[in-house]
Design a protein. Structure first.
Length: 179
């Protein structure tokens, strides 16, 4: 076994990435305090061709050295936008006909593996590392999804959670023949 070089991986450059088809998916970061988590989400968004990342509230924006440490340039390839509040971002998404899901454990959340996804425009709201998705934001969402877990901890780090959920959506999007 031998690790593949960048040339062998056949990745597209940033110019081609900007023009490439993206998943009809926007990631919304609801008051994420860790710059490393923000950077990691950008890198994952690049890997799975997410349409955009919306940064809300206290979430820091690029360019920032600490975000760059984990994003490794993905802030240049992935479109992003800042909103003062997550509620404002959701109002915008609703006006653009997105279906908005919180990634949160609620009394009505659907396990990720049972989520029926289609080609519709989706926005996924990932919450603060301590508080999760805020109640005011939950009230604006069309639903909630959660990752089933069997350990003693009740949650995953936001960057790990985003990786799992985005990969799941990406595999479903591929099944629609979009890549």
């Amino acid at each position: 076994m031998k690790q593949l070089s960048l040339d062998q991986l056949g990745r597209i450059d940033q110019e081609h990435y900007k023009r490439a088809e993206k998943m009809p998916l926007i990631v919304v970061l609801d008051n994420i305090r860790s710059l490393h988590n923000i950077g990691s989400v950008f890198r994952t968004a690049d890997a799975f061709r997410v349409s955009a990342v919306f940064l809300c509230g206290i979430s820091a924006c690029p360019p920032h050295r600490e975000i760059h440490k984990t994003a490794l340039g993905a802030t240049e390839s992935v479109d992003w936008r800042y909103f003062k509040t997550t509620e404002e971002a959701i109002r915008y998404l609703n006006s653009e006909e997105y279906t908005v899901f919180a990634v949160e454990q609620t009394d009505e959340s659907i396990p990720l593996n049972e989520m029926k996804l289609s080609n519709e425009k989706i926005a996924l709201v990932f919450g603060n590392e301590v508080e999760g998705v805020g109640d005011a934001v939950l009230c604006q969402c069309n639903g909630a999804i959660e990752i089933p877990q069997a350990g003693t901890k009740h949650s995953l780090n936001i960057s790990v959670c985003a990786g799992i959920v985005l990969w799941h959506y990406f595999t479903k999007w591929e099944q629609f023949g979009n890549l």
